[in-house]
Design a protein around this ligand. Structure first.
Ligand SMILES: [Zn+2]
Length: 155
């Protein structure tokens, strides 16, 4: 099963939630991050069934997602660790449903029940022509996160 909304975009959406409306509420940021994952999976997005394309993209995307986490942590106000914690929780929640991808690749099985994975696969709305859309969404979400973190640095 593929889930080609870039995980970077799931991570950035979680950061928007955790640094914005759910700042200083990490448990809610995590849970809402998980919900945001499924909402984004329902939005028409990029997907390519070719395994070689998917694997190359997944590695680059995974590294970009980790870089996004590091950048959010670096940009956060050290005087307001609760905002950083909720942003990290939102990012973790946003990425959580995709744990089956690395788990299946490295360990040969998903950590989730089969029904969960079946649901996750059923809700996808993919097209191989939508990769540029993923980059536009990433840029927009990144800009929003930067604005939210800049605002939290001032207060
Ligand atoms: Zn997904």
């Amino acid at each position: 099963m593929l889930c080609p909304v870039l995980v970077t975009n799931h991570v950035l959406a979680g950061a928007v939630l955790g640094a914005g409306p759910l700042a200083q509420r990490p448990a809610r940021a995590f849970a809402t991050g998980v919900v945001s994952h499924f909402v984004l999976d329902r939005v028409p997005h990029w997907g390519d069934e070719r395994r070689s394309v998917f694997l190359v993209t997944a590695v680059c995307d995974g590294l970009a997602g980790l870089a996004a986490i590091a950048l959010v942590a670096r940009a956060s106000n050290r005087q307001r660790p609760a905002v950083l914690l909720s942003a990290l929780a939102g990012m973790a929640g946003g990425a959580f449903p995709d744990l089956d991808k690395p788990s299946t690749l490295f360990f040969g099985r998903s950590p989730f029940p089969a029904r969960f994975d079946a649901f996750h696969g059923r809700i996808q709305r993919e097209s191989p022509r939508r990769l540029p859309q993923e980059f536009v969404v990433a840029a927009a979400l990144g800009a929003i996160v930067a604005l939210l973190l800049r605002g939290s640095r001032r207060s």
